[in-house]
Design a protein around this ligand. Structure first.
Ligand code: PLP
Length: 440
């Protein structure tokens, strides 16, 4: 017999086999129950097995699943574009559909470069980003990502984009404290722009709240206002990477709305279909589309599955479900409750350095010593112990051992109830007790 293998994240690790999911719970083939405390990879935001979405999948499959976007448009794709522009702030009226968050950020990068070209400017090709950050795994998206672990094997193939420090107050890159720091991390953007020359820079990309690389790092309140001013006065587009934070995850439809800042482009993914099928999007503002509409009238990108009606119908059903059940507000309420409970728990364990986040995107960063904030690599052990206790949480680190922190993300589906949050915290506490024993 021919040997066949599924390539899993860690090749010699044993993974449980999933059987089914219902609401915030997942069940494996051994009948073990897990609370999906991370919505997978911060994705399954409306929970598992929702009948309305299953119906939408079947209804669309019964009509047509695939057409190619150069040959047909479809009602679900058109309706989804309308819905996204209605649900997002300002004039993000144009949607380009792709299949993953990496494609969404990379497409945003390409559209930003094309925007300047359509205006007759061909030198603006760099996209500035921050260290630390994560914008995706494909080479273009990775070029923009400040993530040591995911970059290091491919450095010769990458553009050298990430240069600006992240607004990581818990480990301020300048060893300063807000507000006396005068937001040096924001003004650094202007210094970098001057050094590289604004004529070389197309855009600045940032995750409004840093997720996979940092564990829900929330910037100081006036940070994005300052960043947007710097971008505007230097003719640089601002791309909000909302792949993780978007579609209600942080208590607003887009996380950037917490700071009333209007991005020029937005990347969406994950929660857009809540995991029911792959689909992501780059949203483009009128301002950015204008010279393209007057110029080449084409976005020079696209994938075979872009705007396929099957995924579009699913995403539309997910957005309608979120709206109908007011899940954005619900996520905000449950997030406040979860952060309150975790902050209390933090007092009981010496290795919990920081609890932070917004809505249901919550991070816990680990330390050797609370006072000194010395980083400790603990996320994998916590994840293992949590899983043994029937709870899934998500790792978060920039892969710079001993420099930046090691954290977990807790990001359950937005439908989670108060009782389920209580149960999640009980299971997490059990995991922390086991970790504590192991550290002694
Ligand atoms: N951008 C952000 C902020 C992300 O968190 C991720 C994935 O975690 C991506 C982009 C890449 O998305 P995908 O894994 O769907 O390619």
């Amino acid at each position: 017999m021919k040997r066949s293998h599924l390539i899993k994240p860690v090749l010699d690790a044993v993974y449980p086999t999933i059987d089914y999911g219902k609401g915030v719970y997942l069940y494996d083939k051994d009948k073990k129950e897990y609370i999906d405390g991370s919505s997978g990879a911060v994705t399954a935001s409306i929970g598992h097995g929702v009948p309305e979405i299953i119906k939408a999948i079947n209804d669309q499959a019964n009509k047509v699943s695939f057409v190619y976007r150069s040959q047909f448009t479809s009602e679900p794709a058109e309706a989804l574009a309308r819905k996204l522009s209605e649900m997002t702030p300002g004039d993000l009226n144009w949607s380009f559909f792709v299949n993953s968050g990496s494609e969404a950020t990379e497409t945003a990068m390409k559209i930003a470069i094309q925007y300047w070209q359509e205006r007759g400017i061909f030198t603006k090709t760099k996209v500035l980003s921050r260290f630390i950050s994560y914008h995706g795994i494909t080479l273009g998206a990775l070029s923009m990502s400040g993530h040591v672990g995911r970059r290091e094997r491919f450095i010769p193939l990458l553009e050298d984009f990430p240069t600006v420090s992240a607004p990581y107050c818990y480990r301020c890159p300048f060893n300063l404290t807000y507000p006396s720091c005068k937001l040096l991390c924001a003004s650094e953007l202007e210094r970098v722009i001057k050094r590289l020359g604004k004529q070389t820079i197309a855009a600045f990309i940032a995750e409004p709240i840093i997720g996979a690389a940092g564990g829900a790092i929330v910037p100081p309140d006036d940070y994005y206002t300052e960043i947007k001013k710097i971008c505007d006065r230097n003719d640089i587009l601002f791309i909000a990477d909302e792949v993780m934070t978007g579609i209600g995850r942080t208590g607003k439809m887009l996380a950037i709305e917490h700071w009333n800042v209007q991005p020029d482009l937005v990347a969406l993914g994950k929660g857009m279909t809540a995991g029911y099928t792959p689909m992501a999007a780059t949203l483009v503002s009128e301002r950015v589309m204008d010279p393209i509409l007057k110029g080449s009238k084409m976005i020079m990108s696209g994938h075979t599955y872009s705007a396929n009606p099957q995924s579009a119908a699913v995403s539309l059903a997910v957005l309608e479900y979120i709206e109908k059940n007011q899940l954005v507000d619900r996520g905000k309420m449950m997030g406040n409750y979860l952060i309150h409970k975790l902050s209390t728990l933090a007092n009981e364990f010496a290795f919990i350095g920081d609890v932070r986040g917004k809505g249901l995107l919550v991070g816990i960063e680990f330390v050797y010593d609370k006072e000194l904030r010395t980083p400790i690599k603990l996320a994998n052990l916590v994840i293992q112990k949590a899983m043994e206790n029937g709870l899934l949480v998500y790792p978060s680190s920039a892969g710079e051992e001993g420099i930046t922190g090691d954290a977990i993300l807790i990001s359950p589906p937005l439908v989670i109830t108060k009782e389920e949050v209580d149960e999640l915290v009980i299971r997490l506490k059990k995991a922390f007790i086991k970790v504590d024993e192991q550290l002694r």
